[in-house]
Write a protein that binds this ligand. Structure first.
Ligand code: 3PG
Ligand code: MG
Length: 396
């Protein structure tokens, strides 16, 4: 695979697929710029070589063509500030004007294209659309790890129009870190799995059972496990059709000698809101009218102890509804324990993207773990052992 570091971009126009699918608030301000910051080294290397950069990305899931809410123009000013270079904008990602803007680009200059998903051809992987995009640059760099699980025009189909297909620095780091965890994890290896649904995590959990020593289960999905074991979960999250699956995971873990840790206690709420009344109940004893929204203090102690003794830690999914500050205690405590193991024990800690990345950044610990992934679904699929079309396109 060609890499950004090994390629000389002097005099070349690099068409770079990035994942700038970042969360925006109602004033169109970026609330987590991790994905933007991550791409800066790739962009800077190309500019330093004397190349120019044409950035392309999607934002959100627009269904009706151009939509103000999903315009990448909101990214131009923050990106210029982070990069320290003024960024030009093309308000259509293909067409005569985009072609002229790309052609006029001088070495050291950066152009950002409007949202690729304003054309339905992007998600369809349309070849003619991919070819139009390809005409804007003379080399293709794929640095969009977060979108590498999509076989879209700009992430995969476009590769056929370039002789120089180059793996970006984000893409490279993501693959290296994920491989390190899957192939060279120092033991004890602990996986912390959280989030709302077992169904999202089942494949990765099954794969990890062959690799980990400890499996910590937290977050909304624990209630399905508790219910399956005969406990009372009140109004807590439940995937009623996954009870058998939950028991099956526990059975498999036992067969493989993996120690499973589940919450001992839970913080409950009398409504789904930050201001709800909080109480602590032992696992399996949540009253009918209440719902569990966080792990309790005994659980924090237990989980933290397991984490402290680990040399490799993979964390994917929050321990509770961390978006509500009153129910973020468990998630923040786990973030703290992971940071402590990284500092004190020199443990390798990988934080799986999406919610867990937001949680670790919210807790202020983003730069104190070994690696925070920019991929949500992409990281899960990579770790499940699937071939990611965006990666395959670089290898072909
Ligand atoms: C993501 O945030 O998951 C990626 O940017 C891909 O977006 P998608 O799930 O809408 O394809
Ligand atoms: Mg997604």
């Amino acid at each position: 695979m060609k890499t950004v570091d090994s390629f000389d971009f002097a005099g070349r126009k690099a068409l770079v697929r990035v994942d700038f699918n970042v969360p925006l608030n109602e004033r169109f301000e970026i609330t987590d710029d991790t994905r933007i910051k991550a791409t800066i080294p790739t962009i800077k290397k190309i500019l330093a070589d004397g190349g120019s950069v044409i950035l392309m990305s999607h934002l959100g899931r627009p269904k009706e063509g151009p939509t103000e809410k999903y315009s990448l123009k909101h990214i131009v000013a923050p990106l210029s500030l982070i990069l320290g270079v003024p960024v030009k904008f093309a308000d259509d990602c293909i067409g005569e004007q985009a072609k002229e803007q790309a052609a006029a680009l001088q070495p050291g200059e950066v152009l950002l294209l409007e949202n690729l998903r304003f054309y339905k051809e992007e998600e369809k992987g349309d070849v003619a659309f991919a070819e139009k995009l390809s005409q804007l640059g003379d080399v293709w760099v794929n640095d969009a790890f977060g979108t590498a699980h999509r076989a879209h025009a700009s992430t995969a189909v476009i590769a056929q129009f370039f002789t120089d297909r180059i793996c970006g620095k984000v893409m490279q780091a993501e693959i290296d870190n994920a491989r390190h965890i899957l192939e060279n994890a120092e033991k004890p290896f602990t996986a912390i799995m959280g989030g709302a649904k077992i169904s999202d995590k089942i494949l990765i959990i099954e794969r990890l059972l062959d690799k980990v020593d400890n499996l910590i289960i937290g977050g909304g999905m624990t209630y399905t496990f508790t219910k399956a074991l005969g406990g009372k979960i009140g109004k807590s999250l439940l995937e009623a059709d996954k009870l058998g699956l939950a028991l099956n995971i526990l059975e498999k873990a036992k067969e493989k000698g993996v120690k499973v840790y589940m919450p001992l206690d839970n913080v409950t709420a009398d409504s789904f809101s930050n201001d709800a009344k909080r109480e602590v109940f032992a696992t399996g004893e949540i009253p009918d009218e209440l719902q569990g929204l966080d792990i309790g203090p005994k659980t924090i102690e237990l989980f933290s102890q397991v984490i402290a003794e680990s040399k490799t830690i993979l964390w994917n999914g929050p321990m509770g509804v961390f978006e509500f500050p009153n129910f973020a205690t468990g998630t923040n405590a786990i973030a703290e324990a992971v940071v402590k193991a990284t500092d004190d024990k020199n443990a390798f800690s990988l934080i799986g993207g999406g919610d867990s990345a937001a949680a670790i950044n919210n807790a202020g610990y983003g730069d104190r773990v070994s690696y925070v992934s920019t991929g949500g679904g992409a990281l899960l699929e990579y770790m499940e052992g699937k071939v990611l079309p965006g990666v395959a396109a670089l290898e072909a």
